[in-house]
Structures are given as structure tokens and as C-alpha cells.
Design a protein. Structure first.
Length: 652
């Protein structure tokens, strides 16, 4: 059997697809059907609760209506008869009628007779934060609400479920007339009872859900209005079904009075039992289906392991073991199917690759310049023999290490920025810097590198050539030093002084700082040349230059302009600082010099001082001012003078 036919029986994705489809369909079809049935059950309980409360209101209303439309009640309102109160409004009669209060009001709304036997305050069911202080305040609020509802109603007969000081109350009113209802009403009868904990528990037992009584929370929006079955009962708003979680569902009922004001909120929470049972059943079905599918998968895997996977794994290990140090290693699979043909093609490809790599290695080792390859993060991946010889490192010390390990911090940062620019622009780049050799010395090298891309055209690293330019850099530095260095004293020459003075002035202008220029001339130096010869004069100049360097904190700011003239630049210096430096220089240069057999003690310095910005703002003006001050100092010899714009004067 060919490899293609064997792979055909690998039905794992099909099994996953079937199980996934079964899961999705069960969620969309079966569970949604169970959920709708749970919704129907919850709606049934809502209707049952509504019916129970309506029956309770209707019973209380009919009871109050029977009392109000009674000849004895009508006669009682005409002439108060205490026997009527004792026989019809006593405690036992109220208990049998399931009433907690009964109040007779006259036509003016005043209390004509009343009987109250409410539960004790601790036994009352209180909703929300408001609690009644006493029974008297409850009585007053019930009477006030009854009067307000009666005055704003078109009819005279009403049964209401209301909330008084957080206590739910079943309230009924009816006009007082005779049994036939033919006489004009003599007043209004108000009666009802409180829904205490016992009555709420009785209501809970008749509903197959968890019932909670709550205070109203504003006027609902988007709730369905269920009108009362009779115009004499409360209208009810019912909320849409709300899913609390995977196990519970909830609906709310809001009872309003005949004025449309929300009075009492009932929360009904019921388990989603059918939905849970459906989920459990579907889970068991999917579990069993998965187990059967996995068993089939295992059997197929065992077959593939014997015919395919073992051979592929062996080929993978053999291919992974082939590297630069494993020349002429080949794959051992010699089967006659597709895997065997693949192994043969891979062996032929390895032969061609080894021949190509050997040819490339010979070319790279033959060139005199260094060759390197970096990955995208800057790690050295390949080098040639010439690069190791240039830097003195072995191949092991360079490979798999970052290129910036052989650069200082500043050049390393510059190289990284250059690599990033080359990667973003896609162009070749050149980089030159001192590299650290293995022996600790520095050598100047120049490298030109280009980008490397993989088979998919994605950037994968850099490759480049490294050339040693240490001799060229040394020669350039020598030429530069000759151009800016006085050959006799080693100090900066006139050209170096001119450039440094210009740069120092620009810096002082940017930073709004100060600059002092000291112009120094040697007194009686010509006498040394005349008496002892020019060789002694040159030796004297060298000693003077050495003393000037030693007296300065920055020796590179001392310059010889020619002959016996020297200049010194002092950055951020006040007049006092310049004078102190001049005094230190005079003291250092006034010490006698011993040059071989000659003792010279008559050569002294004269120093002129000019300041920026007090005396001049440009190089020419500053030099001219310092030169003028120096000539004033030479009149007195061995002195330092500060330039005076009006009249020259000396300061020591």
C-alpha cells in the first residue's frame, strides 16, 4: 500500500469536525429548546403567582364589599351601635375573616369606628431600609393612602396591594350602603391585612420557585403591562426573563396602585432544570462519542506508527544529526514507497550541498580579507580563516557570540544604529572603527556589509568583508599631528590655536560663558641665542613648554605661535582666575634653568590677558587685545597685564 493510501485513513480532522458539529448543533437546537421550555415553566409560575395574589385581593375585596353592603353596617353608620362593634368587629371575628384592621369612615372622611389588631412590629415583613416606628404611624399612613386612592379613582370599589413604610399590605375599600345598594352611601369601609412572614411563607409554598418581596425600584421601561383581570385590582408590569447564570432564571412583577404609582416588586427565581439536564445529557453523549473516536484514533495511530511515523522519526533524527562535522553522512531509509524515494532525493541533495559548501569554504579561506555572517540579532554565525588571523581570536571564541563584544561602547552603539538603518533601507553600508584584538591591542578595521535573506525573501541577517586599515589610519593621524603640532615643543601650533580659539568662542557664545586668552612672550630670549647659540635656545623653549604644560590643568590648551611667543586658553574664566593662572606661570617660568653647562636665570615671561566678552567678541579682536596687554607687560618685565581699552595699566 502506498503512503498516499495510508494517509487517506487518517480521519482525525474528520472526527474532530463531526464532534464539533454535534456540539454546536446540540447547543443551537437541543439546548435552546430546553431553554425555551424552562422559560415556559417560569412564565407559568409567574402567572400562578399573579393568580394567587389576585385571588387574595379579590377575596379580601369581596369580604369588604359584603360588610359594606349590609343593612346592619348602613344602620350602624346612621346611629352608632356598640353591639355592632362587639359582635362584628371583635378580635375573634377579625381573626376568622383574616383581617388585621377594619375602619369605617364617614362622608367627610373622618374615622367613625375602627378595629386594629396588626402583628407585633418584629413579626412584620419589612422591605428596604425604612422600618415603621409604631402601629400608630402605620395606621395614619394607611388611612391617608386610602383617602388619596379613593379621591382619585373613578369607581368606589378597589383592591390594592400596597407598600406602607416598607410593609406590604393588602388593602380593600368599598362604599357603605344597604344590601340592595339602592340607598345613598353613608361612608367608606377600609379593611385589609399585613403580609407578614407567615403569610409570605404560605405564598412561597404555593409557588414552585424562589419568591422575594422587594421595594419598587422606579418605573420600569420595556416591561410588559399585564392589565388586571378586574378593574378593581392592581395592574402589573412583568419584566423580560433574565438569565442569572447557567442554572437560574428570573422574572420580576411590579404591582402598581390605581394612580399608576409602583408599590411592590416581586422577584421570582427558578432553576433551569431542563437546560441543566440537557447539558448533562449532551455532555455524556459527547464524552462517549469522543471515547469511541479516540479509540479509533488510537488504532489508526498504531498502524501509522508501524508503517509511517517510525520511519519519519528516524529520518528526522538522521537529518538533524547532519552538520558541518558530519561529512558524508546519509539517510538510511531505502524503502520502495514515497518515504524511500524522499530519502534518496535528500541524499542526493546532501551530496550537492557538501560539494557547494566545500567550494565556498575554499574560496573564503583563500581571500586575504576577513569574512563574517551575522544573524538578525547580531550574533556571529560564520567566519573565515583570515578574520581569525586579523583579530587573533580562535573560531570558537567568535562564533555564537555578539559582534559588539570586540567594540567599545560608543562604537558598538554606532554599529547597531548603522545595522538598523541598513536593514530598514535595504542598502549596503560601510563601517570603520577600532576593534579589540585578542592580545588587548586596538586595530582599525573597515567593513562593508550587505543584507541576507532567506528562501522566502525575509530578512535573516548580514554578511560582510573586514579589512585592516590600521596602517592608513596611523599615517593619517601622523599627517594630522604634523599639521597641528609644533615640531620643537610638541605644543599646538598657530593653526591649532586659531581653530581652537574659534571653537572656544562659539561655545562661550552658545552657553553665554566667559573665555580668557593669555599671550606670553619671553623677555631677553634673543640674548640666549646670541650668547649660547640656537641649540641652547631650542632647548630652553622645550623646557619652557614643559613647564607651561605642567602648570595647566588642560595641557592641550597651550600653544606656541612661533619664536618665543605662547598662548593659553582658559575656558569659563573670570579676570581673577586668569590673573591667578598668570601668577602661577610667572612663578614657574622665573625659576633659573640649567641647560647642560649653561645656567640661565635672566629669561622672564611677560603675559597679556584679554577676556571675552569684556574686551572683544571675535578671535581677531581678542588676539589684538591680548597682544596689546602683553606689550604693556613687557615694559615692566616679568609681569601680567589685563587689557585696558582706554589706557593700559599693569596688574601683578
Amino acid at each position: 500500500m502506498t503512503l498516499r493510501k495510508r494517509l487517506f485513513w487518517l480521519f482525525g480532522p474528520l472526527l474532530v469536525l463531526v464532534l464539533s458539529s454535534a456540539f454546536v448543533l446540540s447547543q443551537q437546537l437541543i439546548l435552546s429548546r430546553f431553554d425555551r421550555q424552562d422559560s415556559v415553566l417560569l412564565d407559568t409560575e409567574v402567572k400562578r403567582l399573579r393568580s394567587l395574589l389576585d385571588d387574595n385581593l379579590k377575596y379580601t375585596l369581596e369580604l369588604v364589599q359584603g360588610y359594606a353592603e349590609w343593612d346592619d353596617s348602613y344602620a350602624f353608620m346612621q346611629n352608632r351601635n356598640q353591639d355592632f362593634i362587639r359582635s362584628n368587629m371583635d378580635t375573634e371575628a377579625m381573626r376568622l375573616l383574616d383581617l388585621d384592621f377594619m375602619v369605617f369612615l364617614d362622608l367627610q372622611g373622618r374615622v367613625y369606628a375602627e378595629q386594629w389588631q396588626p402583628p407585633d412590629l418584629p413579626e412584620l415583613l419589612v422591605l428596604g431600609d425604612q422600618r415603621p416606628d409604631d402601629h400608630l404611624s402605620l395606621r395614619d399612613d394607611i388611612l391617608n393612602l386610602s383617602k388619596r386612592l379613593r379621591h382619585n379613582d373613578s369607581g368606589d370599589l378597589k383592591g390594592q396591594l400596597v407598600l406602607i413604610q416598607g410593609v406590604p399590605v393588602v388593602l380593600a375599600t368599598s362604599p357603605i350602603s344597604n344590601s340592595e345598594g339602592s340607598l345613598k352611601p353613608r361612608g367608606t369601609l377600609i379593611a385589609g391585612h399585613f403580609i407578614d412572614g407567615e403569610r409570605a411563607e404560605q405564598l412561597q409554598t404555593r409557588v414552585n420557585a424562589v419568591l422575594r418581596l422587594l421595594p419598587p425600584d422606579g418605573t420600569p421601561t420595556g416591561w410588559q403591562l399585564r392589565p388586571a383581570p378586574s378593574s378593581s385590582l392592581n395592574p402589573v408590569h412583568i419584566s423580560p426573563r433574565r438569565l442569572l447564570d447557567a442554572e437560574r432564571q428570573q422574572q420580576l412583577l411590579l404591582f402598581s396602585n390605581n394612580l399608576g404609582e409602583p408599590e411592590l416588586l416581586l422577584e421570582l427565581t427558578k432553576d433551569r432544570r431542563l437546560y441543566q439536564d440537557g447539558r448533562q445529557t449532551i455532555g455524556i453523549f459527547l464524552l462517549l462519542s469522543s471515547a469511541i473516536g479516540l479509540l479509533a484514533w488510537l488504532l489508526i495511530y498504531l498502524g501509522l506508527e508501524r508503517w509511517i511515523l517510525h520511519r519519519v522519526s528516524r529520518m528526522n533524527h538522521e537529518m538533524a544529526a547532519i552538520g558541518p562535522d558530519s561529512a558524508h553522512q546519509r539517510l538510511s531509509d531505502s524503502g520502495r514507497d514515497e518515504l524511500g524515494q524522499l530519502a534518496g532525493e535528500a541524499n542526493r541533495m546532501l551530496e550537492r550541498l557538501e560539494q557547494s559548501e566545500a567550494r565556498d569554504r575554499q574560496i573564503l579561506d583563500a581571500i586575504q580579507d576577513g569574512y563574517f555572517e551575522l544573524d538578525a540579532s547580531g550574533v556571529i554565525m560564520a567566519i573565515n580563516r583570515a578574520l581569525c588571523q586579523m583579530l587573533g581570536y580562535s573560531a570558537e571564541e567568535l562564533l555564537q557570540h555578539r559582534f559588539d563584544n570586540i567594540l567599545n561602547a560608543e562604537d558598538s552603539q554606532r554599529a547597531r544604529q548603522l545595522f538598523i538603518q541598513a536593514r530598514d533601507s535595504g542598502e549596503n553600508a560601510t563601517f570603520a572603527a577600532p576593534f579589540c584584538r585578542r592580545d588587548g591591542s586596538l586595530g582599525y578595521y573597515e567593513t562593508r556589509f550587505s543584507l541576507v535573506h532567506d528562501g522566502q525573501g525575509r530578512f535573516s541577517g548580514f554578511r560582510g568583508i573586514l579589512r585592516d586599515i590600521s596602517a592608513q589610519v596611523a599615517y593619517q593621524n601622523q599627517l594630522l599631528d604634523m599639521a597641528y603640532r609644533d615640531p620643537l615643543t610638541g605644543l599646538g601650533n598657530r593653526k591649532a590655536f586659531a581653530e581652537q580659539l574659534k571653537s572656544a568662542l562659539e561655545q562661550a557664545q552658545r552657553q553665554q560663558g566667559q573665555l580668557a586668552l593669555l599671550y606670553l612672550d619671553l623677555d631677553r630670549f634673543k640674548e640666549v641665542n646670541d650668547r649660547f647659540g640656537h641649540d641652547t635656545g631650542d632647548a630652553l623653549l622645550q623646557k619652557i613648554a614643559e613647564r607651561l604644560r605642567n602648570a595647566m590643568r588642560q595641557p592641550d590648551r597651550v600653544y606656541r605661535l612661533g619664536g618665543d611667543e605662547f598662548t593659553l586658553l582658559l575656558q569659563d574664566a573670570t579676570c581673577e582666575m586668569a590673573l591667578k593662572l598668570a601668577e602661577r606661570l610667572i612663578a614657574a617660568l622665573s625659576t633659573p634653568l640649567q641647560l647642560g653647562a649653561q645656567h640661565i636665570d635672566f629669561v622672564t615671561p611677560s603675559i597679556g590677558i584679554a577676556l571675552y566678552p569684556e574686551h572683544a567678541q571675535d578671535p581677531e579682536g581678542l588676539i589684538k587685545s591680548a597682544d596689546s596687554a602683553m606689550y604693556q607687560a613687557k615694559r615692566e618685565r616679568n609681569r601680567a597685564c589685563v587689557y585696558q581699552p582706554e589706557a593700559l595699566s599693569s596688574e601683578s
